[in-house]
Design a protein around this ligand. Structure first.
Ligand code: NAP
Length: 295
């Protein structure tokens, strides 16, 4: 109940709220009484979620890569709730496979969503936070923000960019004396959402991970960050271990990544190449995934 009081009147924008982690975070924040602005391209999915979460939640259809759409999201949030306290740049996509087998248009699109989308959202959020003198910006990176993975080349690059960008922004806020404005990066390990099924896949195989974290773990980290902002937070022991290994024993880490890729390519069933949700929204997909994931 103490938590519930603390978020009443707080307005939180969440991009990528139609699925996975964004949806889980929205559900937990709704229980705490926050005003929620749920953004994604899938109108039907975010409207259904807003309906489920009650009168303090609104749905805004938008594409994070388009500046005009982000401006619209920002205006809708202000019109409905008057101010924004927390902005979570969570929308993110992946594309997996040998680098030269992935069409350039897919790689470019991924960078547009993961990097340009984060830059767009951060620009609107931080201009507002500077005006009101406070606010928390949370950018969702990945374990791949700091560790490189073969066959996740473009994704690793985009998430390295998210971490570098967010850390520089955080320093800039301190340098300018905005001590109540925080920029946080979250680095989840592979998480049990539809992300792997929604990613573009040119590996020729179903891509799956044996050991995934529960999305509720990452959601809890994000909720804790709202209460106690920190510059970088790793989600789960595996992210901590692999980041440490990368620094202390980079060759061992490289061998482990290679083994992971080999196991995936040798043992998993074949899969026809597809571009996932890069160019069409979750609800527009002609062949929706099997839906065996939890979130
Ligand atoms: P997810 O279930 O695939 O959800 C991705 C969300 O992004 C969906 O709501 C999708 O909705 C939205 N989205 C995609 N392109 C968009 C665009 N152009 N504009 C607006 N929204 C867009 O994946 P998730 O696991 O929840 O991922 C959330 C974040 O965590 C991502 O940044 C991801 O890279 C990161 N992450 C995930 C994992 C993992 O293993 N799951 C691990 C590390 C980091 P629409 O299709 O409706 O637009």
């Amino acid at each position: 109940m103490a938590q519930e009081k603390s978020r009443r009147g707080q307005t939180i924008v969440i991009t990528g709220a139609s699925s996975g982690l964004g949806k889980e975070v929205a559900r937990q924040l709704a229980m705490d009484g926050a005003n929620l602005v749920l953004a994604a391209r899938s109108t039907g999915l975010i409207e259904a979620l807003a309906c489920e979460l009650g009168p303090n939640a609104i749905a805004v259809t938008m594409d994070v890569s388009r500046e005009a759409d982000v401006a619209w999201l920002f205006e809708e949030a202000l019109t409905s709730f008057g101010k924004i306290d927390v902005w979570i740049n969570n929308a993110g996509v992946g594309v997996i496979g040998p680098f030269t087998s992935i069409p350039l248009e897919d790689l470019t699109r991924m960078v547009e969503v993961n990097v340009k989308g984060t830059v767009n959202g951060s620009h609107f959020a931080l201009r507002h936070f500077k005006e009101i003198g406070s606010g928390t910006l949370i950018n969702i990176g990945s374990v791949a923000s700091d560790v490189s993975f073969p066959y996740f080349t473009g994704y690793s690059a985009s998430k390295h960019a998210v971490l570098g960008f967010s850390s520089a922004l955080n320093e800039e806020m301190k340098l300018e004396g905005y001590h109540d404005i925080h920029v946080c990066s979250v680095l989840p390990w592979a998480t049990d959402t539809p992300w792997f099924e929604y990613a573009g896949n040119y590996s020729g195989k179903v891509v799956d991970m044996k050991s995934m974290n529960d999305p509720r773990q990452a959601a809890k980290v994000i909720l804790d960050l709202i209460d106690e902002p920190r510059e970088v937070v790793e989600v789960g022991k595996r992210t901590k271990t692999i980041r440490l290994l990368s620094r202390m024993a980079p060759k061992v880490r490289e061998k482990r990544s290679a083994r992971f890729v080999r196991i995936n390519l040798e043992k998993l069933p074949p899969k026809a190449a597809h571009s996932g949700i890069l160019h069409e929204s979750t609800e527009e997909r002609e062949n929706p995934p099997g839906g065996h994931r939890k979130a």
